[in-house]
Design a protein around this ligand. Structure first.
Ligand SMILES: CCCCCCCC(=O)SCCNC(=O)CCNC(=O)[C@H](O)C(C)(C)COP(=O)(O)OP(=O)(O)OC[C@H]1O[C@@H](n2cnc3c(N)ncnc32)[C@H](O)[C@@H]1OP(=O)(O)O
Length: 143
């Protein structure tokens, strides 16, 4: 499920990360391999890439519940650098769900289990009117 041109998950975006997110109950998970084109400082994955992956995972949690949300707040703790050649695993799950808000916790770990980053996100459920105003179409199923 997702949008074809999403920077993180879109499979038609030639400049995107083309990552697939998988559902596991309420949680979602994905895998990402850091390449040279993802760096900021030499050999170190750009923080914006890390943030995008955590943001996206946080948005997939409500999306899998059939809810279209936007990120209102995203707090990230960068614990250790992700280096070129490393593969990381991203996992996100809801910590609190209300009618309009979902709080989502996410983390990124490498294959040895070292925590690279954690995040807490506040996702706001959009009304059909808000979706229309933002020009967001209904999510396209494609899994
Ligand atoms: C295929 C998957 C795609 C995935 C995409 C990845 C996710 C993203 O990156 S989305 C893009 C980034 N986010 C955005 O562009 C959002 C921009 N912000 C907005 O559009 C608006 O501020 C919006 C819709 C979040 C809130 O507007 P509005 O509906 O008027 O909120 P409002 O009714 O005032 O507030 C609702 C609640 O949210 C809280 N809230 C609103 N905005 C924020 C905010 N920016 N930060 C923290 N809390 C907020 C309010 O305090 C309120 O909480 P409570 O009910 O507890 O009092």
């Amino acid at each position: 499920m997702g949008f074809d041109y999403c920077f993180v998950c879109g499979d038609k975006n030639p400049h995107g990360l083309n990552i697939k997110f998988h559902q596991d109950g309420d949680a979602v998970h994905a895998t990402f391999h850091c390449e040279e084109r993802h760096i900021g400082w030499p050999n170190v994955q750009h923080g914006g890439i890390t943030s995008s992956l955590l943001d996206e995972a946080s948005a997939y949690v409500p999306l899998n519940m059939g809810l279209v949300t936007v990120t209102a707040e995203l707090n990230i703790s960068f614990k250790a650098p992700v280096q070129v050649g490393e593969t990381v695993h991203i996992e996100a799950h809801p910590s609190k769900v209300t009618k309009r808000l979902l709080y989502v916790e996410a983390r990124m770990v490498n294959s040895e289990g070292e925590v690279k980053a954690t995040s807490s996100a506040k996702m706001i459920v959009l009304s059909p009117e808000q979706q229309a105003k933002m020009g967001i179409e209904a999510p396209i199923g494609r899994e």
